[in-house]
Design a protein around this ligand. Structure first.
Ligand SMILES: Cc1cc2nc3c(=O)[nH]c(=O)nc-3n(C[C@H](O)[C@H](O)[C@H](O)COP(=O)(O)O)c2cc1C
Length: 164
């Protein structure tokens, strides 16, 4: 069983998340090959049982290098994939102290929806997604991020027929 994990980390947080995912999966007997988008050829990705794609957020979208990579990904229709992004934690409004509503966040923050649109348009099959938050624009990762990555790995492993 093996997973190819391609990320577009700029400041290192997404690379740290990828490493954790790789180590957690290794403990389950699953090999994860991690690469940065700049080191991977989207048209000749190595064979894998699952592809995980990860991008940091930029102005509500995946970072440009990730969008360009995902546009060029060539994999057979039906190939399973999952998304594990790093995104900025929502900030409370300076005046009201209130966090933005889920509705207004979803309007602005379209990192995973855009990644999903690009891959679903190729007939790929999403089996899971999550985001790990960073507390400042360049990090660090939120408290408890390791637990979130571990839970994501557990959910991926539990997808029927995927990695067993
Ligand atoms: C100019 C700039 C714009 C950003 N815009 C967003 C955004 O729209 N949404 C978001 O979730 N994160 C945004 N971020 C924060 C990134 O999510 C964060 O830098 C990234 O997750 C860190 O991951 P990395 O260390 O792997 O690059 C922005 C960061 C920068 C520097």
């Amino acid at each position: 069983m093996n997973i190819t994990y391609v990320h577009a980390s700029k400041y290192g947080n997404g690379a740290t998340v990828a490493k954790r995912f790789r180590d957690v999966m290794a403990a389950k007997g699953i090999t994860v090959d991690v690469a940065h988008v700049r080191q991977a050829d989207p048209q000749h990705l190595p064979p894998a049982d699952l592809y995980v794609f990860s991008s940091p957020g930029r102005m509500g979208k995946p970072i440009g290098v990730a969008r360009r990579f995902l546009r060029r990904v060539t994999l057979p229709a039906g190939t399973p994939y999952a998304l594990l992004t790093t995104e900025a934690a929502p900030k409370p409004d300076k005046k009201s102290g209130q966090l933005p509503s889920a509705e207004s966040l979803d309007r602005w923050q379209r990192v995973r929806p855009i990644m999903t649109e690009l891959l679903d348009a190729k007939g790929l099959h999403k089996v899971g997604e999550d985001r790990i938050l960073v507390t400042g624009l360049r990090g660090p990762l939120e408290d408890g991020w390791e637990t979130k990555v571990d839970a994501f790995a557990d959910r991926v492993v539990a997808v029927p027929g995927l990695l067993d």
